[in-house]
Design a protein around this ligand. Structure first.
Ligand code: NAI
Length: 460
């Protein structure tokens, strides 16, 4: 049994762990990463990247189906999902290889195995090796949660993990949970020909998202035949020939080929901590941390999906950078979770940062709101996607931009200036000085902000 000495050992090689490792190595630290799967974590292997690749397959299919409107004749459109699955895997494999090469190039040692934190800076890698770190970052991530009675069987009851490995899409699916994963899968599967029903226990899908944005998505779902049942959960299921009959809590029954359970993710803290460690875990399994991601044990930090903050890859990166800065003895601005960027890759896309009107009212903040509908935007007309808008929420007195909310084509790519405005605490007058390229979808944000100054071009 050997003992290797490092400045930093991260347990987990997902966005939080590998991000922290890359950042630390670029600051000159000697770093080891313990990873039991391939580097890249949920985001690259079983989450964001493969899911968005399939959503792009859906976008390509929609584009080909709509080509006749541009005078381009195509023969009947047909999908070979096996080919789509191979392309997705090629994208994932290429990025995994690139990431492993980048880490190697920075001198990071990757240890293949399950890491257990034993206390006193020691991480045991399954197989016997023990690594000693002056600092430790726990970043073991999360896995899909499921409901009792709906345990995934890989055939008729699936989680996101299994959906992303399918080589054939089902004819019909019931998606349990209308959160981000549920809505993205519903959008993708419906566009590729599956009959989709979403069941969401809360009164609305995408809880926490501005209701007007959700309204645009719901209208699009309805047009495309996606059924959404809110305020009801699932009770049980039984086989009905080749189908699964799912009973809902209101007594109704839905027969589908497959069920996708998308009811959130739980932290991977099982088997992470040995008795010698004084790191604490809460009742839900999240590792407890202070404001700088420090655990109850000195020089041990926890970040990413393992702690109870927004489960987003880019939040994991930010938490990793903050933890490494603390290790380096530098001051780090804490992540402001009320202002992180949210991007939902449904069709139409949703993206936002900062306060909604509703949250502003809850906080007693007096706001002024301007909205630009994409129907009047030249680029939206050119590409033929006019369902959507930009909404900017600003302080009524100072005109400081407090929230930016977008729904429509490429909303996820268009959020960046809005995110910067919110986090830079910029005012409408400051932003309005800058030119917006025309014709672009991005000018909708600039025009909306200009309108907040009391004068405007196209926005009323
Ligand atoms: P989620 O927490 O976003 O949504 C789960 C939904 O399931 C909730 O709306 C909840 O009310 C509902 N639910 C729970 N139990 C239910 C039941 N028994 N019956 C019916 N509905 C029920 O979790 P989700 O969608 O699984 O995503 C997991 C995490 O991954 C989230 O934190 C999300 O932020 C992250 N993620 C982010 C993405 C993005 O930003 N584009 C993409 C995919 C995931």
């Amino acid at each position: 049994m050997s003992q290797e000495l490092y400045d930093l050992v991260t347990v987990g090689g997902g966005p939080a762990g590998y991000g922290a490792a890359l950042y630390a190595a670029s600051a000159g630290l000697k770093v080891a990463v313990v990873e039991e799967d391939r580097v890249g974590g949920t985001c690259l292997q079983r989450g964001c990247v493969p899911a968005k690749e399939f959503l792009e397959t859906a976008a390509t299919y929609r584009c080909v189906q709509g080509a006749a409107e541009f005078g381009i004749e195509t023969s009947p459109t047909r999908i070979d999902f096996g080919v789509s699955q191979s392309r997705k895997q090629q994208v994932v494999d290429r990025l995994t290889k690139g990431l492993a090469g980048l880490m190697k190039g920075r001198g990071i040692d990757i240890f293949d195995g399950h890491g257990t934190y034993k206390g006193g800076g020691a991480v045991e890698v399954s197989g016997g090796e023990t690594l000693q770190g002056s600092s430790i970052i726990l970043a073991a991530g999360s896995k899909p949660r499921w409901i009792r009675g709906f345990e995934p069987d890989g055939e008729s009851i699936l989680t996101s993990d299994e959906v992303l490995s399918l080589t054939r899409l089902p004819e019909s699916v019931l998606i349990v949970g209308g959160g981000v994963i549920g809505c993205e899968f519903a959008s993708m599967m419906s566009d590729l020909g599956t009959t989709v029903t979403i069941v969401e226990a809360l009164p609305s899908i995408l809880p926490g998202v501005d209701a007007e944005l959700t309204g645009v998505l719901l209208r699009s779902f309805k047009k495309r035949g996606i059924k959404v049942k809110t305020g009801v959960g699932v009770s049980s299921h039984r086989r009905a020939g080749k189908l699964v009959a799912v009973e809902l809590a209101d007594g109704s029954e839905i027969e589908v080929e497959q069920v996708v359970v998308a009811v959130g993710r739980r932290p991977n803290s099982d088997g992470l901590l040995a008795p010698g460690s004084s790191v604490e875990v809460d009742a839900q399994g999240f590792v407890k941390v202070g404001p700088g991601y420090e655990t109850a044990e000195r020089s041990v930090f926890a970040i990413g999906d393992l702690i109870n903050t927004a489960q987003l890859a880019h939040v994991g990166f930010a938490e990793g950078i903050a933890a490494v800065k603390a290790i380096l003895g530098e001051s780090a601005a804490p992540v402001d979770y009320t202002r992180v960027p949210w991007c939902i890759y449904t069709h139409p896309e949703i993206a936002f940062a900062g306060l909604t009107e509703e949250q502003a009212a809850e906080h007693g903040v007096d706001v002024v709101v301007k909205k630009d509908l994409l129907g009047g935007n030249s680029r939206a007309r050119i590409i033929g996607e006019v369902d959507g808008f930009v909404k900017v929420v600003a302080d009524a007195k100072t005109h400081q931009v407090l929230g930016v909310h977008l729904v429509g084509p490429w909303a996820t790519e268009l959020l960046s200036p809005g995110y910067l405005a919110v986090n830079w605490e910029a005012t409408a007058e400051e932003i309005a000085q800058f030119i917006q390229p025309h014709p672009t979808l991005s000018e909708a944000f600039g025009e909306t902000v200009l309108a907040l100054t009391g004068r405007s071009l196209h926005v009323g």
